[in-house]
Design a protein around this ligand. Structure first.
Ligand code: HEC
Ligand code: HEC
Length: 417
């Protein structure tokens, strides 16, 4: 039955390249807890094909570099940096995460008992060899018993996955779609010997949980928070500025223009047209990637993380005097499918440079709010540290005249979504 999924998924579309990737798909389709369900659906037809496609997409999301080693290895020489100076303790301190499920029991025991040296870069190389560092894909060659890191690339999971810390801080089960707000992307890139000192200052100024996905295009500098990649089913405006109608638009943008994957992106609205390399390693993976992302739902607020009575009062403020529902409308808490908003409708504008002005639409999308509890800080610039800050900011900026009690109730409601 597992073989069925594999055939259906790959014969209709050649979505993944390389035997290793294919083997991984088979492993994913056959090894998961839902294997029987998935297998039956595959034989049953359209829904099954969607499930198989999403399983492939999970592999893409977690492990596919689209050939971006050309940037991270050939240009930025990050493999040298990692091998020389990035021990696991350092890696964890810049927010990188380790997938506990990828670690053999012996390694787990070794870490727990302090027998594995977490201050040696060789241990990082060993973790990369096991595919255990979330969002980093290393190629390790073993010559005469010695492991050498020869290539490294990044995947979507680098920024859009974290772990549940169930084994140790920074080490646990993967949580795909959850933004890694501990990750200091700027500080990591600044370690590259290929980056000049002025640019290092810019990158080191970004801070954790933020990234500027337009800086390398327009030269301006104003990072945005890494948003969740979950809860996007049914929303047909993607990104803070609603640049694309479906997720695949932005996936292609990031894969090519930010990750450095081999392929093309062009959008006359920006205007921008980029081709990396001579082969397209991006296009045929986008359908599976999008199918997987659409399965990622926003995590419900943990019981006890908000006051239910206050949240019920807060809902009345949200729908009533706060006027929030006029934009955060419907079950997805956004009017994104019907309109975008002028910059002034964002409470953090005016800002310099304006993030909207750098985008394809030059407007903002009303942010969807499901799973809000999980990903502070809020707004595209991360200027509101808590839900209380959000409520207080709206109260001041839009002169709502809410009482402190109403502001607090509204915050409890936001944390319950
Ligand atoms: C280096 C960090 C980084 C990597 C790697 C990265 N992203 Fe993102 N992603 C961001 C940032 C920052 C934004 C916010 C940009 C915006 O909305 O303008 C974003 C936005 C998004 C969004 C829009 C979410 C929404 O609310 O509409 C999606 C979807 C997404 N990324 C998916 C992906 C996928 C798929 C990949 C791999 C192909 C990927 N990202 C790789 C940092 C990253
Ligand atoms: C005029 C339309 C509009 C109204 C009214 C409005 N919002 Fe928003 N909201 C937006 C837009 C646009 C954004 C994105 C702003 C940004 O990130 O720059 C946003 C962002 C947010 C965010 C940040 C979400 C995130 O993921 O960072 C929260 C929380 C929020 N709004 C809550 C509220 C509350 C509570 C109210 C009522 C007091 C409200 N909004 C009223 C349009 C609106």
């Amino acid at each position: 039955m597992c073989l069925h999924i594999f055939k259906e998924a790959t014969m209709s579309r050649a979505t993944l390249s390389g035997l290793g990737a294919l083997a991984a798909v088979v492993a994913a389709s056959c090894g998961g807890g839902n294997q029987d369900d998935a297998g039956q659906e595959a034989v049953l037809g359209a829904k099954g094909r969607q499930t198989a496609l999403a399983a492939q997409g999970r592999q893409v999301f977690r492990f596919e570099t689209f050939g971006d080693e050309a940037k991270w290895t050939d240009t930025l020489r990050m493999h040298e940096v990692i091998a020389a100076a990035v021990d696991p303790t350092t890696a964890l301190s810049v927010g990188l995460k380790v997938d506990a499920d990828a670690l053999p029991q012996g390694v787990k025991n070794g870490i727990a008992k302090g027998r594995i040296d977490l201050t040696s870069p060789a241990t990082t190389v060993a973790l990369l060899k096991m595919d255990a560092v979330v969002g980093l894909k290393g190629t390790v060659e073993t010559v005469a018993g010695v492991d050498r890191l020869v290539r490294v690339g990044i995947t979507c999971a680098l920024c859009h996955s974290t772990v549940d810390n169930s084994f140790a801080p920074g080490i646990g089960k993967r949580l795909d779609g959850w933004p890694n707000r501990d990750l200091n992307v700027g500080a990591i890139i600044a370690l590259s010997p290929a980056v000049g000192s002025a640019e290092k200052d810019v990158l080191n100024g970004w801070g954790k949980g933020k990234y500027d996905p337009r800086h390398n295009i327009d030269g301006l500098n104003k990072p945005v928070v890494i948003p969740p990649a979950y809860g996007l089913a049914g929303i047909h405006r993607i990104t803070f500025t609603g640049d694309g109608e479906d997720i695949a638009y932005w996936n292609r943008y990031v894969a090519v223009t930010q990750m450095g994957g081999q392929g093309s992106f062009s959008d006359p609205r920006l205007p921008l047209s980029i081709t990396n390399g001579t082969e397209d390693l991006v296009s045929d993976k986008l359908p599976a990637l999008q199918a997987y992302q659409l399965t990622l739902t926003a995590p419900p607020a943990p019981a006890g993380s908000f006051d239910t009575v206050a949240a019920a009062r807060g809902k009345a403020v949200f729908d009533g005097r706060g006027q929030c529902a006029s934009c955060h409308a419907g079950a997805l808490f956004t009017d994104a499918n019907s309109r975008l908003h002028p910059p002034a409708d964002s409470v953090v504008e005016p800002e310099t440079p304006s993030y909207a002005a750098r985008s394809a639409t030059r407007q903002y999308r009303t942010s969807p709010l499901k799973g809000l509890w999980q990903h502070p800080p809020y707004f595209h610039d991360g200027s509101a540290a808590t839900a209380e800050d959000v409520a207080a900011t709206y109260n001041a900026k839009r002169s709502l005249g809410l009482t402190p009690q109403e502001i607090s109730d509204l915050a409890h409601y936001l944390k319950s979504l």
